[in-house]
Write a protein that binds this ligand. Structure first.
Ligand code: FES
Length: 82
């Protein structure tokens, strides 16, 4: 079973637990959830109007874009490598 989860945030939530600072993953890409492992850094150059997907090796593909008329266009993942 698999599911797609959409995350818009490109940095962790910083909280305090027992007096210690803890970074909680909010990008959805950490391999050490719920904790941030720094992987969010690969999302920093994502462009507005696009939706990205990442595979297990953290390779990125664009899966959806917004055209000049504001229409959403979903792309077949295998044809849109950047
Ligand atoms: S916020 Fe997800 S890895 Fe840092």
């Amino acid at each position: 079973m698999a599911r797609v989860v959409r995350c818009d945030r490109s940095r962790p939530y910083l909280i305090q637990v027992g007096g210690q600072n803890v970074a909680i993953c909010a990008c959805g890409l950490s391999k050490n959830k719920p904790y941030c492992d720094g992987t969010h850094k690969i999302t920093r150059d994502e462009e507005a109007g696009k939706i990205y997907a990442y595979d297990e090796q953290r390779n990125r593909i664009v899966v959806q874009v917004t055209d000049e008329n504001g229409n959403t266009v979903t792309l077949p993942a295998e044809t849109v490598d950047e």
